[in-house]
Design a protein around this ligand. Structure first.
Ligand SMILES: [Fe+2]
Ligand SMILES: [Fe+2]
Length: 298
């Protein structure tokens, strides 16, 4: 049996101000339309997606007797509710830019998550939640520890994504523990639900990005160039995606547990900074800390 890393406390952080109503540039990530719209498209998936995650975990609430897990579910729910709320505010910025946010959210509600809830079992829906939580937990490594991905980002939005990614890491085992310990889902459910998420997640993100880049007014030729350059940045050797593949595949190991992988090394520093400072300041200080300590792995 492999030894597990200690799990941190799940700390719901509320009343956070990221200054999202301010003068954030349209292409806030290094002036790059592809990178910016990738994060913007993910943001439109969070409010409905995170409500779905909460519902799927709560489906099994009555079967949970362990007080520790009960408390973790409460804290997980509070964190996801905050994420949902802040990303709704973020998405208002996108709506103000002419992005069809209402239509995107309605489509997710009725088609994507609505169909999953209607057609698939509660157990499989929870499998989808646990799989998605594994992917969002990897974000902490991708966005923070490998912080060059967010290089050149607007401070406000970087702070939001750093906060979201770190909290995803804090609560990464909750849905999984309900899936395996309470719902007693089979290995096949775990693998198939991950497969579905792996197909659906990029498909929807790319579809939303396509709409966003059209609204941005780029010509067909400009959009072709943006996509070619962006997809290369994502999938090239040593790019965003491939270095994370090992962590992604670990989910498919039969004896996997989310805490096989410890918190990212800078997590204690970030958590301390968040307790003392504004989230934007904490994120800035964290970048200084990472630079001073040799920064990112990878
Ligand atoms: Fe979240
Ligand atoms: Fe989450």
């Amino acid at each position: 049996m492999t030894s597990r890393a200690p799990a941190p406390d799940i700390i719901p952080r509320e009343h956070l101000d990221f200054g999202l109503d301010g003068d954030i540039p349209r292409f806030w990530l290094a002036g790059d339309p592809f990178k910016t719209r990738l994060f913007d498209a993910m943001s439109t998936l969070f409010p409905v997606g995170e409500r779905f995650f909460i519902t799927c975990v709560r489906d099994f609430k009555d079967r949970i007797t362990d007080p520790k897990l009960q408390q973790q579910i409460k804290d997980f729910t509070r964190q996801e509710a905050q994420h949902s709320m802040l990303h709704t505010r973020y998405n208002q910025r996108l709506a103000d830019q002419g992005i069809g946010v209402d239509r995107i959210l309605e489509g997710q509600e009725r088609r994507l998550f609505g169909i999953i809830r209607k057609k698939l079992s509660r157990e499989f829906s929870l499998g989808i939640t646990a799989a998605a939580e594994h992917i969002t937990a990897i974000m902490a490594d991708a966005f923070v520890e490998r912080h060059h991905i967010l290089d050149g980002a607007d401070d406000r939005i970087r702070a939001l994504y750093v906060w979201h990614a770190m909290e995803e890491m804090e609560h990464k085992a909750v849905a999984y523990d309900v899936l395996t310990g309470v719902a007693q889902a089979s290995y096949l459910t775990r693998v198939l639900s991950m497969l579905l998420v792996t197909i659906l997640f990029p498909f929807h993100v790319f579809r939303i990005m396509r709409h966003m880049l059209q609204v941005d007014g780029f010509s067909r030729w400009e959009r072709t160039r943006i996509w070619a350059k962006g997809l290369w940045w994502l999938y090239k050797p040593g790019g965003v995606f491939l270095p994370l593949l090992g962590q992604y595949f670990s989910y498919l190991k039969p004896g996997f547990h989310p805490w096989d992988e410890p918190v990212v090394p800078c997590y204690p520093e970030w958590s301390r900074l968040m307790a003392e400072r504004s989230p934007i300041d904490a994120s800035k200080q964290l970048m200084n800390y990472l630079n001073a300590h040799g920064g990112a792995r990878g």
